[in-house]
Design a protein around this ligand. Structure first.
Ligand code: OFO
Length: 170
């Protein structure tokens, strides 16, 4: 594998692990603020991001390269409102999409077609993750306008978390 491709995959490994820690910190904040459903949802999202990281690590090993276990940035730990949390989830997923696009571009320039093929899974995942983040934010904005809306929103997030966990076990 070309060193340039190995380097960008290693950067993505770090980014996925940092995403996992950011969502974990968000889940923890939700748990302390009385949003248990949002906490479950964000904790399971943190687990998913960790799996995205592990998938890249195994890919490098399969190709005879070495994935690095790296020092990570301290994530944000506090937010003013639950709306701020989910606005940031969407912003973060859009940022990850940029990273995946750049990664794909490097593979094309380096003519690493195997890696670009492998990255299709991540491209598809980003379409889904951005769409989910947008629909969660829409629901939250709607819920914020009615009395008791946030309580029901939190229950819906619990259900979403359960669905995602059940889908993983299939
Ligand atoms: Fe939420 O994204 Fe990983 O890849």
């Amino acid at each position: 594998m070309k060193q340039q491709v190995i380097n960008v995959i290693n950067s993505q490994i770090k980014a996925e692990e940092e995403s996992s820690r950011l969502y974990f910190a968000m889940g923890n904040w939700c748990e302390t603020q009385g949003y248990p459903g949002c906490a479950s949802y964000l904790y399971q999202h943190a687990d998913e991001e960790r799996l995205h990281m592990v998938k890249l690590v195994h890919y490098l090993s399969e190709r005879g390269a070495h994935a690095l276990t790296q020092a990570l940035a301290q994530p944000q730990n506090n937010w003013d409102t639950i709306q701020d949390v989910f606005k940031e989830v969407l912003k973060h997923e859009e940022y990850v999409t940029q990273l995946i696009n750049n990664l794909f571009e490097v593979c094309m320039v380096e003519k690493d077609y195997m890696t670009s093929n492998f990255l299709q899974w991540y491209i598809q995942e980003q379409i889904e993750e951005e769409a989910t983040a947008r629909s969660v934010l829409d629901k939250l904005q709607l819920a914020s306008t009615s009395q008791g809306g946030i309580f029901h929103f939190d229950k819906d997030m619990e259900a979403l978390a359960k669905q995602a966990i059940a889908a993983k076990l299939q």
